[in-house]
Structures are given as C-alpha cells and as structure tokens.
Design a binder for this molecule. Structure first.
Ligand code: C5P
Length: 234
C-alpha cells in the first residue's frame, strides 16, 4: 500500500490517503495537548508508544470479538486503518470517579462508582466537546437510536475486556474514551486506545500511568507510557 497526501492533521495524529480508498494511513505524533488545546507540549516517543499500545489493544479486542478500524502496523509510529466516517460522539466509560466527573459531581478522585457510567460528548473543538445525552444525539442527528444502542453495548464490552486484561497487569482502568465510525455500512471502533485516551492507575500505589501526568505537570510522562507498554508486553 502506498502512503499518499495528508487528509487531516489532528492534535495527536496525521491521517493520509492511500492508493486504496478503503484504507487510511495514520501517523501518531509526539505532540500533546490538553484542556481543548489550551496546554501544548511534546512527550518524547509518545507517537511510537501510543501506536504500539493502540495496536496491542485493538488486536486483543479483535480476539474477544470486538472489531475496530485497525488493520496492521506499518512502522513504529504508523498504522493502516479502515477508512471511517467518524460519528461525532465521544463515548466515555467510567469505573472510578476522576477528572471531569469527580469535579461535576463533587466526588473525591478515586471514589469507586457503584455502577459503570457511560457518557456522551459532542465531538466539537469549537464548542469544547460538551456533554450530551441520547435526546441531543437524536435531535441534532449525530447517530440513529440503533447505532447508539450498539455503541453502548460495544463500549461496555470493551470496558469488561480491557478491565480484566489490565487487572492482570496490576493496572486499574479508571475511565477511557472511545470513538466510532462507519466503514461502508459497518459500525466500527475507531481512533486510538492509549494512555492519551484512558486513565490507568497502578493497582497498588494508584500512581497515574497516563496523560494526567502531562495535564497536571506530574513529571515522568514518557516513563509512565513506557511502563504501560512494558506491563502489556512483558
Ligand atoms: O476529562 P474527563 O474526566 O471527562 O475524561 C474522561 C476520560 O476520557 C479520560 O480517560 C480522558 O483521557 C478521556 N478523554 C479523551 N479525549 C477527550 C476527553 C476525555 O481521551 N477529548
């Protein structure tokens, strides 16, 4: 497959066209942003680590019956994915209160949630990704009720599979964000699954092994991402 012109540059990735219209070529960048782009920086080797960690998770989910856009790794920081028409709903799944949920509900970070919380955000940089519900999604035509039912089902299954897999690596899955899209008529998991898009805490010390180290200036960001990769592949 040939890498052709760039189609899109996002905050963490560049997407290129290929000689096959069914596939995109994705390059993961070292650039890091937080707070809707207000905080900017770079994390050494992040692109390569997130590419490898995402590929690892997408392969593992496929073995558990959850299909994604992932096709194959092309290099340390590049992968081939199926071309998706992205649904503009970001899906967040939470097991433990942290981040914006802890703040919104006045909970201490680390409070276990009695049941899993699934939230939807409208994927819009301009609006700062506002929290939305199923009614908003229908009202502005972001996805059909059937698609949302399937998205919720897949998101909860991803949570179960990731959670038990990570528990075996002494990592607690606090929360994470997923994106979905349509490839022809098939609904598929898209984007990435990495320390940029998940909260991972060490099971024993609760040390943060994710992008909160960058967001909150905690230091050792690259080391945390390396540690996640090391635990997954050891
Ligand atoms: O900030 P908040 O607590 O709502 O984030 C919940 C989860 O979703 C975190 O794991 C965070 O990394 C992820 N997230 C993301 N992209 C966003 C917003 C949140 O990956 N635009």
């Amino acid at each position: 497959m040939e890498k052709l012109e760039q189609l899109y540059e996002g905050k963490a990735k560049r997407v290129y066209r290929t000689d096959n219209p069914d596939y995109y070529w994705v390059e993961y960048k070292d650039d890091a942003t937080a707070f809707n782009g207000l905080k900017k920086g770079t994390i050494t080797n992040k692109g390569s680590l997130n590419n490898r960690i995402s590929a690892y998770f997408f392969r593992m989910l496929a073995k558990n019956g959850i299909d994604s856009h992932f096709v194959e790794e092309k290099s340390d920081r590049e992968m081939i994915v199926k071309a998706l028409k992205i649904i503009l709903v970001e899906v967040v799944v939470r097991n433990i209160a942290a981040g914006s949920l802890a703040k919104r509900l006045g909970l201490e970070e680390g409070t276990p949630l009695q049941s899993t919380v699934v939230e939807y955000y409208y994927k819009s940089d301009e609006l700062g990704d506002p929290l939305i519900n199923d009614d908003h999604i229908q009202a502005i035509n972001l996805a059909t009720p059937e698609q949302m039912a399937r998205i919720r089902e897949i998101a909860l299954k991803v949570n179960e599979v990731l959670r038990s897999h990570l528990a075996g690596r002494d990592i607690e899955l606090v929360d994470f964000k997923l994106e979905f899209g349509l490839h022809k008529d098939e609904l598929l998991l898209g984007d990435e699954i990495s320390p940029d898009t998940c909260r991972f805490w060490d099971k024993h010390t609760r040390e943060k092994l994710d992008k909160d180290r960058f967001r909150r200036d905690l230091g050792n960001v690259e080391e945390a991402y390396q540690e996640v990769y090391r635990r997954l592949t050891r």
